[in-house]
Design a protein around this ligand. Structure first.
Ligand SMILES: [Zn+2]
Length: 229
């Protein structure tokens, strides 16, 4: 193929944007990933609350948002998930998020789920409000599913007035579903009539998972797996 004319080359150079997934320069602006990164995105089929498997580039961006302070990735994750979820918020609804524990919030300085949820609300034309609080508690690290459930019981409560209408409750990574279950329960106890849980990523089980076998790659336990979901 003939190389582009000098003017075109100059134009291409001028209008290159960084792919948010890998940092390569690509000729597309916005949250869209480069062709290479798109091969490392695994959408979750079906009508579940999560949009993507917690693998590949979606996992990497989630880790960078959470641990490297790259808050702009919250917008990328929100935009991509919005295109993938089967049910999405409508104008008039409210978007809220699973809160961080006070200690995590102090250490990190922000709640990464809130960063995603704010952008999600803006894109969907909804209002965003933080109505849940999380009491200090021990980490979920190394706990069994039952211990995680017990650990989270009563961990969430509402603060202020819970908005009427439909509330979309967002979490970043869905694992056992216990966090969204407990947080949804707290919203309902606080007066919410209609709560719909959403998650960006889904971390599948390590053993006996069809999905794991199909993808055929094993990732080491990362520090994001020590999360409190
Ligand atoms: Zn890329």
């Amino acid at each position: 193929m003939a190389s582009p004319a000098p003017a075109k080359r100059l134009l291409n150079l001028f209008f290159l944007f960084l792919c948010p997934g890998c940092g390569r320069r690509v000729p597309v602006k916005g949250s869209r990933l480069c062709a290479w990164c798109l091969t490392r995105v695994y959408p979750v089929p079906g009508a579940g609350p999560a949009a993507f498997l917690h693998r590949g580039v979606m996992r990497e961006m989630m880790i960078r948002l959470k641990y490297s302070g790259e808050r702009h990735l919250g917008g990328v994750l929100a935009e991509m998930a919005l295109e993938e979820w089967n049910r999405i918020p409508s104008p008039g609804d409210t978007v809220t998020c699973v809160p961080s524990s006070p200690a995590t919030l102090r250490r990190r300085g922000y709640n990464q789920v809130s960063v995603i949820a704010r952008r999600l609300a803006a894109l969907a034309g909804c209002r965003f409000t933080e109505v849940l609080s999380r009491k200090p508690g021990p980490s979920q690290v190394g706990l069994s599913a039952r211990e995680r459930r017990l650990n989270l019981e009563g961990a969430f409560h509402t603060v202020g007035t819970v908005p009427g209408g439909r509330i979309w409750l967002l979490d970043d990574v869905l694992a056992t579903g216990e966090t969204l279950r407990q947080a949804s329960g707290a919203l309902r106890r606080g007066g919410a009539a209609d709560v719909i849980p959403l998650a960006v990523n889904f971390r599948e089980t390590r053993r006996g998972s069809m999905i794991e076998e199909r993808i055929g790659e094993t990732e080491p336990e990362g520090r994001e797996d020590r999360r409190d979901s």
